[in-house]
Design a protein around this ligand. Sequence first.
Ligand SMILES: C[S@@+](CC[C@H](N)C(=O)[O-])C[C@H]1O[C@@H](n2cnc3c(N)ncnc32)[C@H](O)[C@@H]1O
Length: 304
Amino acid sequence: MKNVDMIPVVNLLTSPAWEDYRLLDSGNGRKLEQFGPYRLIRPEAEAVWSPMMDESEWQKASAEFIPSAEENGGHWKVLKKLPESWKIRYRDLTFKAMLSNSKQLGIFPEQACHWDWVTERIRSRKEPVKVLNLFGYTGAISMACGAAGAKVTHLDASKKAVAWAKENQALCRVPLDRIRWILDDALKFVQREARRGSLYEGVILDPPKFGRGPKGEVWEFYKGFPALLEACAGVLSEKADFMLVTAYAVKASSVTLYNALSEVNRKRNGSVSVGEVCNRDDHGRMLSMAVYGRWMANTGEERK
Ligand SMILES: C[S@@+](CC[C@H](N)C(=O)[O-])C[C@H]1O[C@@H](n2cnc3c(N)ncnc32)[C@H](O)[C@@H]1O
């Protein structure tokens, strides 16, 4: 590695193509968002500033997630009539949005820039692309990859999340044979894939800070991440095109992801870029949601 490569630029990515999602405002530890026709309030620890909009705008929210003392715990307080679920569109993709116990709605809007990036990577390749998506949740990026023509292996430990992702597949009209569904522990599965020589051109992972596999396997970011990333690099084919890591709720900086991705891909001809994925509100203020790291193969003449 050249010395100059060891000083990463930290990119702040936003997703300006959204029409069905807007971050309206943030402040005082909360954010006000528009998901399709509904306005919602969610806690946001990063919002250590004052809101820009008048309180009357916040009062138009249909529901607010009220956090409890335990991490990620809490409940939705419904303030106005809301359907059980509704649809959210991004470009040609359609997803089911729904209030869930974890304060999530099944969509991480700040990741739309990743959906665009993988779509472009997959479409620009002439050869077929196989993608492994770990901790796939409700499958937004699996749908982006499938719609772009990739064969996707989507893995999650939760039956509920996989069922929701299947609904998204139908809404996105991604052909059934494009997605292979796996209910398993992420690390165990990748290690098994490596042993049987099952390889991919793209690997995507969105590891939470803490999680459990379907048999209670414990996932802890700081303990498990090095082995998981090494295992992921081990299932990249000779014609590998990309690796994409997004990490929420961890104190890891994008520099950490830069170092880790550079290390596991040191023998491949490519480059690493890192930064934060952000939502930008109507007043121009950015709210950082997660750190990310991307490794991509050099294209054209340089591609091996
Ligand atoms: C997408 S990640 C969450 C990332 C999200 N951005 C956040 O931090 O809130 C969460 C997903 O990982 C899954 N998960 C947690 N532990 C897992 C494990 N050991 N193996 C596979 N999936 C796991 C969960 O079921 C969930 O759908």
